[in-house]
Design a protein around this ligand. Structure first.
Ligand SMILES: [Zn+2]
Length: 400
């Protein structure tokens, strides 16, 4: 007889309001159907997985990740699916595959691999959400590791179209306003930036402010027009001065905007992480990795970001030393929030799971509760992931 119910027993379970000791989470199909305490006899169609002494959290939702374990999401037709498989090792149950600025052909291929991974998901792999384009429409002065040869302004390209290798020409909306794009990062101060922002919002996309030198007033105009997301707050944007609040000040002082925060302990000082969380509240901060193909690899490993070489250290760097994203994984982000930024387990779950899920409108994700999807991570007391469940399925065996 096949197993119809799985009882995950004995873990300390992080619920939205507390950590409950020794709870049993009952999974049936792809859902959590019950939370119980105390053992009971199981039938032949039920199984128990012992998680005594461990910690159970809702699976992590990373809204900004370029790759992991040597794979970049721009690496070809199966790259996104491969990243989905590997991310589940680190407790991630859903993620936005994130592309740096790239050629139209590369972008088109990437969105094809996102669509393929979404239409035929692998059981137990992290769920592939709509893509995040960090995008061609950012400010070159704040581009960081983004290749400047692919940075455009909206009017130029809207007028001329974008030429594909097969000889076809497409207008911007045909490429960027795809059903497989969820988040579009824009520098609103660039020529045509506000026109693009309004068009993207009208097309149902979530516009994120980032890689931008926007003044406070320019940022407020963008927020008033509907921008609701900020790409890695503090990194690659106009900083906050007490007389000149810049984009950082606009995001910190605007309740309607949710901010990504790279919580690897290197991109943002833990004290500044605390300041940002205090200003925005746990309901408006999304902890991210901004992870690259170097994430999960040992120090001094080489990998690729959008076709360029990066080397793994405390962070990822291009050959010229430019900071090029992180080498973090979400389990490290979670433990950094707890160990370095003074967050409780309940608060760290809000930042890593609950808030990103809610901001993206994911129903039944980001919390452990009856009726929600069975997307869970089981961690050691030292906060190392030993098992991840996605829709009640697990891909990787329990680590010793
Ligand atoms: Zn990034």
């Amino acid at each position: 007889m096949s197993v119809t119910r799985t009882f995950l027993s004995g873990a300390d379970v992080v619920l939205p309001d507390r950590v409950a000791s020794g709870l049993t989470v009952v999974m049936e199909g792809d859902r959590i159907v019950d939370l119980t305490s105390g053992p009971r006899e199981l039938s032949n169609s039920e199984r128990r997985v012992d998680a005594t002494g461990q910690l159970m959290v809702p699976g992590f939702v990373d809204v900004h990740v370029h790759g992991v374990m040597g794979i970049d999401v721009l690496d070809g037709a199966t790259a996104v699916a491969s990243v989905a498989r590997e991310l589940s090792r680190f407790g991630v149950t859903a993620f936005c595959p994130t592309a740096v600025a790239c050629s139209p052909d590369t972008l088109s291929g990437f969105l094809g691999s996102v669509a393929a991974a979404r239409s035929t998901p692998e059981a137990g792999a992290a769920r592939v959400l709509r893509a995040h384009l960090e995008s061609n429409f950012i400010n070159p002065a704040y581009s960081g590791a983004q290749p400047t040869e692919w940075l455009w302004t909206y009017e130029q390209k809207e007028t001329s179209g974008v030429f594909f290798a097969d000889g076809s020409t497409k207008k911007i909306p045909d490429i960027f306003f795809s059903p497989d794009v969820g988040i579009l990062t824009i520098a609103p101060e660039m020529p045509g930036g506000m026109d693009l922002l309004r068009a993207a919002i009208k097309a149902g996309m979530r516009v994120s402010l980032g890689h931008s030198g926007a003044s406070f007033d320019q940022a407020r105009e963008a927020i008033d027009a509907g921008a609701r997301h900020a790409t890695h707050l503090f990194n690659r944007m106009s900083p906050m001065g007490h007389r000149d609040p810049g984009l950082v000040g606009a995001v910190l002082s605007s309740d309607e905007v949710a901010a990504e925060l790279i919580c690897d302990g290197h991109h943002v000082h833990p004290a500044v992480m605390r300041v940002a969380i205090a200003a925005k509240g746990h309901g408006r901060v999304m902890a991210i990795t901004d992870g690259t193909a170097g994430s999960g690899l040992p120090p001094r490993s080489c990998a690729r970001l959008g076709g360029r070489n990066i080397t793994v250290g405390d962070v990822a760097r291009l050959d010229d030393g430019t900071l090029a994203g992180s080498v973090a994984t979400m389990d490290r982000v979670f433990s950094t929030l707890v160990a370095q930024a003074g967050q409780s387990l309940v608060e760290a779950v809000l930042l890593c799971s609950t808030t990103p899920a809610r901001e993206l409108g994911l129903i039944g994700q980001g919390v452990i509760a009856p009726g929600s999807l069975a997307d869970l991570a089981i961690l050691t007391p030292g906060l190392r992931v030993v098992q991840t469940w996605v829709g009640g399925r697990t891909l990787h065996p329990v680590r010793p």
